[in-house]
Write a new protein. Structure first.
Ligand SMILES: Nc1ncnc2c1ncn2[C@@H]1O[C@H](COP(=O)(O)OP(=O)(O)OP(=O)(O)O)[C@@H](O)[C@H]1O
Length: 122
């Protein structure tokens, strides 16, 4: 992990963002803030802190509501931590993650992996 990039990224955050991003990783953290106030940037800082603390990227799950937010988060991580780490991290929308989970355990749900999801109007 590029620690220069990590320090630089942290410097770009405000004091409260940095405090949240760097707080003790063994303690659950909840961030409540308004739209466009810097939550995603803080979450990227948090992910980078987890990586810096030695957490295996394959053991990190970052969930978002929109695909745009997931892509943006991955891109920001890629810039600082590199392509390989960004690829290993599970950054996904809530819907995509749940679909993957259902497909991986389809047999337990009495389904095959090629089940279809029906939405409104179908
Ligand atoms: N500390 C900061 N200093 C300057 N700009 C910042 C800072 N934190 C975030 N920004 C910028 O503000 C904008 C919104 O940040 P971000 O996407 O992190 O907010 P958000 O709360 O996740 O937004 P949304 O509610 O739309 O998901 C982005 O352009 C981001 O680069």
């Amino acid at each position: 992990m590029v620690s220069d990039g990590y320090s630089k990224y942290l410097q770009s955050l405000s004091d409260v963002q940095r405090e949240a991003a760097c707080s003790d990783i063994s303690v659950p953290l909840m961030i409540v803030a308004g739209p466009g106030s810097g939550k995603t940037s803080t979450m990227v800082g948090r992910l980078l802190t987890l990586l810096k603390e030695g957490i295996d990227p394959r053991n990190i799950l970052a969930m978002t509501f929109t695909t745009a937010a997931a892509a943006e988060m991955r891109e920001r991580i890629r810039t600082v931590a590199g392509k390989a780490i960004a690829k290993e991290l599970m950054i996904s929308t809530l819907h995509s993650f749940c679909l993957q989970l259902c497909r991986s355990h389809a047999d337990k749900l009495g389904r095959t992996t090629d089940f279809l999801i029906y939405g409104h109007g179908q």
